[in-house]
Write a protein that binds this ligand. Structure first.
Ligand code: CU
Length: 97
């Protein structure tokens, strides 16, 4: 009997990683199942944040290297944006099925 693999931030059925850069989310659009946790990781050089249009999730400003996680429990379409860089097109969306 082998131990389950240690939890990582790589993509699997329950966890999806979205990278933050200047000035974009990658991938900017994801489709996930209810119960999936999204991990946003700031891989850029600037501070970024994540705010749902409907207010269902809001991160603080993330310094480079920091992460924000949110678990989606309701189906729907969740557009979101980075407050400092929305004007530069730093927007994304999560579709929860
Ligand atoms: Cu930003």
């Amino acid at each position: 009997m082998t131990a389950p693999p240690a939890a990582t931030t790589s993509a699997d059925d329950k966890t999806v990683v979205v990278q933050l850069g200047e000035h974009f989310f990658d991938p900017s659009s994801i489709t996930i199942k209810v119960g999936t946790t999204v991990i946003w990781r700031n891989n850029g050089q600037q501070v970024h944040d994540i705010h749902a249009r409907d207010g269902s999730f809001n991160s603080p400003l993330l310094n480079p290297g920091n992460t924000f996680t949110f678990t989606f429990t309701k189906p729907g379409l969740y557009p979101y944006y980075c407050i400092p860089h929305e004007g530069d097109g730093m927007i994304g969306q999560v579709e929860v099925q």
